[in-house]
Design a protein around this ligand. Structure first.
Ligand SMILES: Cc1ncc(COP(=O)(O)O)c(C=O)c1O
Length: 416
């Protein structure tokens, strides 16, 4: 018999037996449907984070669930020692959606980034003629590309890096959104520029118009690959299928993850041209679970939903309206609101506390949100969220942001 435990007991168990590599808000979820989730005591919350965009289609989407259930009864794992009847079909659909030619499947976003680093280096040596072990990859300040030792080595966040060195060499960090710095950093040994077209974890930082086009032009001019990390921004979140589409920029490779797995299975992908992808030969890269039938079947349904329902158009419309409404609150706590589609950042003035304090207050009124960096709240609800539910969210947000006296500076939950 399954023992029923309270939220408090679950938190105690998690903190006692789980490593403390996260600091979750104190809510214990046990059920989800669409944009809504319920805690173990049955209280309902609106999910305004959607697992950092992994739940673009919400919780337990009926069509994605149906595919997963059916595939669970057929075949779930083959390894890549054999072919399976889901991988090729999914890769064709994904390559077509991206306007690219070939796909390499992994599991987590970080693995897609690692794959792209290997791809770019090998391409640099074999195709561009960079001298052995001299390849450089340019990345940007405040980047977030994942948590492996190589990836945190290119991070500029001290909490991500501290005491995890020594780090992998071969990365050059330049300020984000700085054309001149990029121009100065690129050399004949540059094999790639790795960029988030909108920096998510950094606080929804949108580059100036023209920056992505400049990156594209510089890469083309110096025969370097432009690699767009769209793990968070891709697949409709920002109001276009890819955030690069906002400047009509076509990178040499897209990195995708998160929502490709429909909120069910981890799956990530590098999508590029045949001429670049051919640097991978049997034995040079792989993953036991990469391209497994369950993940591929789920991802194929996700791609069908994108093609049929065009969720980026909803994201663009709802996001523009939501940003205007947030600005219209004229809250004394807020210094800036910015967003593209349904990826929205709200900056909190430091004198009123940290973004996390406000996330506690929002939790109290039924909204699940998360701070990113100290002063920014990220709103990234599922793209299937209804206008009515967003209005409900706005009412709650207005309550929290209008009542100066109620938010605790010590980060304690308040009761509005
Ligand atoms: C832009 C970007 N790249 C890579 C990653 C890493 O993905 P994962 O956590 O699946 O390894 C993330 C995760 O937040 C991300 O936002």
């Amino acid at each position: 018999m399954v023992q029923k435990r309270s939220s408090k007991q679950h938190i105690e168990l998690t903190e006692t037996f789980g490593a403390h590599n996260y600091a979750p808000l104190e809510v214990v979820l046990s059920r989800g449907e669409g944009a809504w989730v319920w805690d173990v005591e049955g209280k309902r919350y609106l999910d305004m984070l959607s697992a950092y965009s992994a739940l673009n289609f919400g919780h337990c989407h009926p069509r994605i669930q149906k595919t997963a259930h059916a595939q669970l009864d057929l075949l779930t794992l083959t390894s890549r020692a054999f072919y399976n009847d889901t991988l090729g079909v999914m890769c064709e659909k994904l390559a077509t959606l991206c306007g690219m030619e070939q796909v390499l499947l992994m599991n987590s976003g970080a693995e897609a980034v690692e794959t792209a680093i290997k791809m770019a280096r090998r391409w640099g040596y074999r195709e561009k003629g960079i001298p052995r072990d001299k390849a450089e990859i340019i990345c940007f300040s405040n980047n977030f590309h994942g948590r492996t030792t190589t990836i945190v080595g290119m991070s500029t966040s001290e909490s991500s890096r501290a005491d995890f060195g020594p780090f992998t060499p071969g990365f050059v960090v330049v300020p984000f959104n700085d054309k001149a710095a990029l121009d100065a950093a690129i050399t004949r040994n540059t094999c790639a520029v790795l960029i988030e077209p909108i920096q998510g974890e950094a606080g929804i930082i949108i580059p100036d118009s023209g920056f992505l086009s400049h990156v594209r032009a510089v890469c083309t001019g110096h025969n370097a690959l432009m690699i767009a990390d769209e793990i968070q921004t891709g697949l409709c979140r920002t109001g276009k299928i890819f955030a690069c589409n906002h400047e009509a920029v076509i990178p040499d490779a897209y990195l995708l993850g998160k929502s490709l797995g429909g909120g069910i299975t981890p799956i990530s992908a590098v999508v590029s041209s045949r001429s670049v992808m051919q640097v991978f030969t049997p034995g040079s890269h792989g993953s036991t679970f990469g391209g497994n039938p369950l993940a591929c079947a789920v991802a194929e349904t996700v791609l069908d939903l994108i093609i049929e329902e065009r969720p980026h158009e909803r994201a663009a419309k709802l996001g523009a309206w939501f940003v205007e409404e947030l600005r219209g609150l004229n809250s004394p706590y807020i210094s800036a609101v910015r967003g593209r589609g349904l990826l929205i950042g709200v900056d909190i003035l430091p004198e009123y506390g940290k973004a996390k304090d406000f996330c506690h207050a929002l939790l109290d009124v039924g909204l699940l949100c998360k701070d990113t960096r100290e002063q920014t709240i990220r709103f990234a609800p599922p793209l299937i969220i209804s206008e009515e539910d967003l209005r409900w969210a706005l009412e709650r947000i207005a309550l929290v942001f209008a009542r100066k006296d109620k938010v605790s500076r010590a980060g304690q939950p308040c009761n509005i």
